[in-house]
Design a protein around this ligand. Structure first.
Ligand code: UFG
Length: 329
């Protein structure tokens, strides 16, 4: 019995693989290495280099490794890129997941855990946002993920697949043991970009808008440590194996932090007073998006361990420093 992790060479997927190995699971990774790295997959794990849209390869992988559960991370994840290239996003995130689901059904897979996103909620007027909130995504990225949620739910109903959909809020941090972290070049995520500014890899950091209707005028987000997120998937897997009902859960701490607060924490942790520019709003940014976060604790029994922003930034900063010592990224 194995767990198939798609996108297991990527940022969140590589943390998941470590978590699964620590729990004694057999793991197989499917990754086309378009944004992931072969070195992020431990040598004890089979890495199948290929595409989730390749039905023959996926079915063979499911059969060869006796895959009973799939944790599906492989996706394109950059919101502005999805606006410029919607068809690329619908192909990769939606159409290819359809192929993966077909293989899951044909291969008799029992459990499917899907990486969704808070972007399915769109520009929420009230916060914190609960799972039963109206779903009005405002980007092709959010819509590509919502379409997949629906496809998964319909497939589960018709074919008896069990699923958990996890809607991630703002994922950050890195493995505290320094084995893996967010390594994508040209990243746009706030904590990573701020760490790069502190290390002098960027001359400054832009704060996109300080005229939002929030306490300090900058956007509020719910930052979750990548290891707590991986743990949420472990809890989801145990829940499904124990016969839990298919369901959707927010993954966040329910704590809103502003862009300015994050900048202050990165300056404190790095001890570098890097240059910050006040810039115009970035198109498509909601003012605030914070999870109503009790359902996952109540039903999956999820207990976050790293819900402290300084720790998140410390791990992200340590990884960013480590990346400067590598020549394979
Ligand atoms: N920001 C800056 N300067 C930067 C980078 C970001 O001010 O250099 C601001 C953004 O404007 C935003 C906040 O920091 O207000 C967070 O931005 P990120 O780019 O780090 O993350 P997003 O909130 O835009 O998006 C992330 C994920 C999405 C997911 C979403 C859900 O990238 O996949 O969280 O909340 F859908």
């Amino acid at each position: 019995m194995s767990v198939l992790v798609t996108g297991g060479a990527g940022y969140i997927g590589s943390h998941m693989v470590l978590e699964l190995l620590e729990a004694g699971e057999n793991v197989v990774v499917l990754d086309n290495l378009s944004t992931g790295f072969w070195w992020a997959v431990p040598s004890s794990v089979t890495l199948v280099k290929g595409d989730m849209g390749d039905e023959a390869l996926v079915l063979k992988t499911i059969t060869d490794h006796d895959v009973t559960s799939i944790i599906h991370f492989a996706a394109k994840i950059v919101v502005p890129e999805s606006v410029a290239d919607p068809l690329g996003y619908y192909l990769n995130n939606t159409a290819k997941t359809r192929q993966l689901l077909e293989c899951a059904v044909k291969g008799g897979v029992k459990n499917f855990i899907f990486s969704s996103t808070a972007a399915v909620y769109g520009d929420v007027s009230s916060e914190p946002v609960a799972e039963d909130n109206e779903l009005t995504p405002v980007s092709p990225y959010g819509r590509s993920k919502l379409m997949t949620e629906w496809m998964l739910q319909d497939t589960a109903f018709a074919h008896g697949l069990n699923y958990v959909i996890l809607r991630y809020f703002n994922v950050a941090g890195a493995d505290p043991k320094g084995r893996v972290g967010q390594s994508t070049p040209n990243a746009t995520h706030l904590i990573k970009v701020a760490c790069q500014a502190a290390l002098g890899d960027r001359s400054s950091l832009d704060i996109f808008g300080n005229d939002y209707p929030t306490p300090d005028g900058t956007c509020l987000r719910d930052y979750i440590h990548v290891c707590d997120l991986a743990k949420a998937h472990m809890d989801a897997l145990s829940y499904l194996r124990a016969g839990g009902k298919s369901d959707v859960f927010n993954c966040g701490y329910g704590i809103g932090l502003s862009v300015q607060e994050i900048v202050n924490v990165v300056k404190k942790v790095s001890k570098v007073d890097f240059k910050v520019n006040l810039s115009p709003r970035r198109p498509g940014d909601p003012a605030a998006i914070v999870a109503k976060a009790d359902k996952i604790r109540d039903i999956l029994g999820w207990k976050p361990e790293y819900n402290h922003v300084e720790g998140i930034v410390q791990d992200a900063f340590a990884w960013e420093k480590h990346l400067k010592t590598r020549n394979d990224v």
